[in-house]
Design a protein around this ligand. Structure first.
Ligand code: ISL
Ligand code: CA
Length: 563
């Protein structure tokens, strides 16, 4: 396997709105990020992925861009950006931007032009269709509720938006759109940025006939069969690669909503003709309900989780490259989801989850606060939410009466994207040290207990554990490149696997339960001298790896032993 820097890196995701407010307006900003760069350096991450920082009316917190080449007023100025980039580079940190080019904001100049008339030169920058029998061109539903089509009285046609009404989809069939996107990307690359995370890049090519999709519980059709990995997506990415990506030394990752393993082998192929890697969603969908709705309180089944992770670990080995993530700005907090956020188990289960993920093959992504074991927010009413998805889901459910409002509130509290978006907890001062003013979204009241300052000052904290995981990855190539093999596929409690590389074997054992467990060391490793690289418990050396045949696991115990 070819050794390259982006395989050996660890990425830290910043959600700028919630990271650090430098001027007291309650909104995180670029100067706040610059101030905290040494913190990320201290953690040991190499690359920072910034969620969108561009001009935006913020219907979807920056994922609705109105100008790709200027900075959102609330986040600062282009000078602030340049300073942040320069400071990051001084510290040896790379900066990866979020490239949102499936859609723009309806306030983008291109859309304003496009909307203004059928003959406008920008008309074909977006996807316009004639009404069908006086109604929407097809039955597609949008991601955040309602139809995926909005009617424009002025010109008597509908435009497509797979997300909110204010996020019209760009028409990638139009060469002028692609040229404009590549030009914009080149502009950022020339500025010195180090990579792109590409928002829903799997959706940019649509089946042009746009047939009706399978009807779901909400009465609308799912567009996915006709928009996920559409007919020209690989052609477009290869073109983008040739025209932009291959001309710089970048790290690239595509958010691959709905993408299968076989498709991922193309997106993230090891010849490097498209992207370095993708974010797949299969593990994130395991606790969705019927109809793929995330609004439920289903718990994951560990055997299913192992099956999914293993399929991707083995499937991409030597053929592509995996990304490894439990968290991002769209997901609830992992310790509240796959772990246990009760006070006695929060830290130990957060460390266990980190171990389980960071010992796999791929490039790990850490979402701000994950390295502190930050938890879901104790939401109790709809007024506390800011996310368009959660608010829309509550309203849609109220209209359809699918589940009673109390239950829906519980589901939203559990799965809302806002769980990830509450402010970073820096210290135990007011608002967790995030802002001197009033934060745009509530700070989790547990900030007095869970905060960066406390954890940096304590040896056995979740923060120091992540720091050690990252350090180990840099020290042992087996962690980056080793081949993966699952043990105990059917166990409901233990996730154990091996990694093998150049004659070495790494044993990773993680207990996903508070009940004690006995783990039998695989025969090939019994009586061998192992070396305990990391554990989330204090353990005497000779109890782990030195010729032992069983490990008795304490609640949520994780052990990594190198043989
Ligand atoms: O968040 C989701 C489910 O709760 C996903 O459906 C999400 O909308 C999807 O993964 C696409 O996400 C990306 O594009 C969206 C934006 O809202 C997300 O924040 C972004 O990560 C539209 O740009
Ligand atoms: Ca601010």
């Amino acid at each position: 396997m070819k050794r390259v820097w982006w395989k050996e890196s660890v990425v830290y995701q910043i959600y700028p709105r919630s990271f650090k407010d430098s001027n007291g307006d309650g909104i995180g900003d670029l100067n706040g990020i610059t101030e905290k760069l040494p913190y990320i350096k201290e953690l040991g991450a190499d690359v920072i992925w910034l969620s969108p920082i561009y001009q935006s009316p913020n219907v979807d917190n920056g994922y609705d861009i109105s100008d790709y080449q200027s900075i959102m007023d609330e986040f600062g100025t282009m000078e602030d950006f340049d300073r942040m980039l320069a400071r990051a580079h001084e510290l040896g940190l790379k900066i990866m931007l979020d490239l949102v080019v499936n859609h723009t904001s309806d306030e983008h100049r291109w859309f304003v032009e496009s909307y203004s008339g059928r003959d406008n030169p920008y008309r074909d920058f977006y996807i316009w269709r004639e009404p069908k029998e006086g109604k929407e061109p097809n039955n597609w539903g949008a991601n955040f509720g309602g139809s995926a089509w909005t009617f424009a009285e002025e010109t008597g046609m509908y435009y497509l938006h797979l997300f909110a009404e204010k996020q019209p989809d760009l028409n990638w069939e139009n060469e002028a759109v692609r040229d404009a996107v590549y030009e914009m990307m080149t502009w950022w690359c020339d500025k010195g940025i180090d990579g792109f995370r590409m928002d829903v890049i799997s959706l940019i090519s649509k089946v042009q006939e746009m047939p009706d999709g399978p009807v779901g519980a909400n009465g609308l059709g799912a567009p996915y069969p006709y928009v996920v990995s559409g007919p020209r997506v690989h052609e477009f990415l290869q073109e983008m690669n040739e025209r932009v990506l291959s001309r710089y030394d970048l790290i690239t990752i595509g958010e691959a909503f709905g993408v299968t393993l076989d498709e991922a082998k193309k997106y993230a192929n090891s010849e490097g003709t498209e992207l370095n890697m993708v974010f797949h969603f299969e593990h994130m969908g395991l606790d969705s309900g019927e109809d793929f709705s995330k609004w439920c309180d289903k718990k994951i089944s560990l055997p299913e989780l192992k099956q999914v992770m293993t399929r991707w670990q083995k499937g991409l080995d030597g053929k592509g490259w995996n990304s490894l993530y439990w968290c991002n700005h769209d997901q609830p907090r992992i310790v509240s989801r796959f772990g246990n956020d009760a006070p006695e188990y929060r830290e130990v289960s957060a460390k266990m989850l980190a171990t389980c993920l960071h010992m796999m093959q791929g490039t790990p992504y850490i979402f701000q606060g994950e390295e502190l074991g930050m938890t879901n927010y104790p939401f109790s009413s709809m007024e506390e939410y800011r996310d368009v998805e959660s608010i829309q889901a509550f309203e849609d459910n109220a209209a359809s009466g699918t589940v009673d409002p109390e239950t829906m509130l519980r589901y939203i509290a559990y799965k809302s994207r806002d769980n990830a978006r509450t402010p970073m907890q820096w210290d135990d001062t007011a608002q967790g040290g995030f802002t001197a003013g009033t934060p745009w979204i509530g700070v989790n009241p547990n900030y007095r207990l869970i905060n960066a300052a406390e954890q940096m000052g304590r040896e056995d904290s979740v923060f120091h554990y992540y720091q050690k995981l990252i350090r180990l990855r840099k020290e042992y190539p087996i962690i980056v490149y080793g081949a993966y093999d699952l043990l105990l596929p059917d166990s409901e409690e233990i996730y154990a696997y091996l990694r093998r590389y150049e004659g070495q074997t790494l044993l990773v054992v993680c207990s996903f339960t508070e009940k004690k467990q006995i783990f039998e060391v695989p025969g090939e490793l019994v009586n061998k001298d192992g070396n305990l690289l990391i554990s989330n418990y204090e353990t005497a050396d000779d109890e782990r790896g030195k010729g032992v045949s069983v490990l008795s696991l304490r609640p949520y115990e994780a052990d990594v032993i190198l043989f």
